[in-house]
Design a protein around this ligand. Sequence first.
Ligand SMILES: C[S@@+](CC[C@H](N)C(=O)[O-])C[C@H]1O[C@@H](n2cnc3c(N)ncnc32)[C@H](O)[C@@H]1O
Length: 241
Amino acid sequence: MRLSILAALLTALAAACSPGVAQQAPSTASAFPAPDRPVAEIVSPVWLNEADRDKARESEQVVQLMGIAPGMAVADIGAGTGYHTVRLSPVVGPRGRVYAQDVTPEYLADLERRLEGAELDNITTLRGAPDDPRLPPRSLDAAILIHMYHEIAQPYAFMHRLAGSMKPGARVGVVDLDRATWLHGTPRDLLRCELEAVGYRQISSHQLTGGVGYLAIFEPPAAPIEPSAIRACKGQKPPGV
Ligand SMILES: C[S@@+](CC[C@H](N)C(=O)[O-])C[C@H]1O[C@@H](n2cnc3c(N)ncnc32)[C@H](O)[C@@H]1O
């Protein structure tokens, strides 16, 4: 079975079995537009089982296309169970750092338990907010948002604040399936529109092999755009809405 079909089935199953995590718009996001399309509920800390992801060489593809190398500081945003975090740790090595960040406290606690036994001492775990990744300022060479962008409740505020954590020349990579946000994907054009609205510039977009989805790579804005100047992009709505 193709990975994307399996992933769709798992996502649908998780959505059916879980009440999801309801997300309120925090007052700290009020200066920013809300997304003009559905936001997917948080239903699972993982996209797909690790063996199938390794078979698809998901981590290697992301590392190679993003140019992640020893000594870099990289944020795994929405790290979940840490599939990418534990694979990035040896890539960036002892002089590098991986920030494993997530908004869901229980997922982060489980990840911390996983890391305790792993002898990986270049990982920092961090809890973010739905409108703010809360990463240290000007600290990152790269940030990856893997199968999670469609769950960010306040994407304009979130991506605006993420830009302040990136070093000059840093890259932000988003992996997602090219389908509607309420089906746990993000159409490529919508992603580009939303990030460009905040001042990011798309550098490249790649179809990943093995049914993993696409990877779109962006350069963060050199100077932040005023929140009041950001206009929301119109995305697809579910039929009948
Ligand atoms: C489907 S899981 C994917 C996890 C992991 N990136 C992977 O590829 O397996 C989505 C994750 O994103 C997290 N998430 C959703 N909204 C978030 C936000 N605003 N900031 C940080 N994490 C968020 C969820 O808690 C969940 O752990």
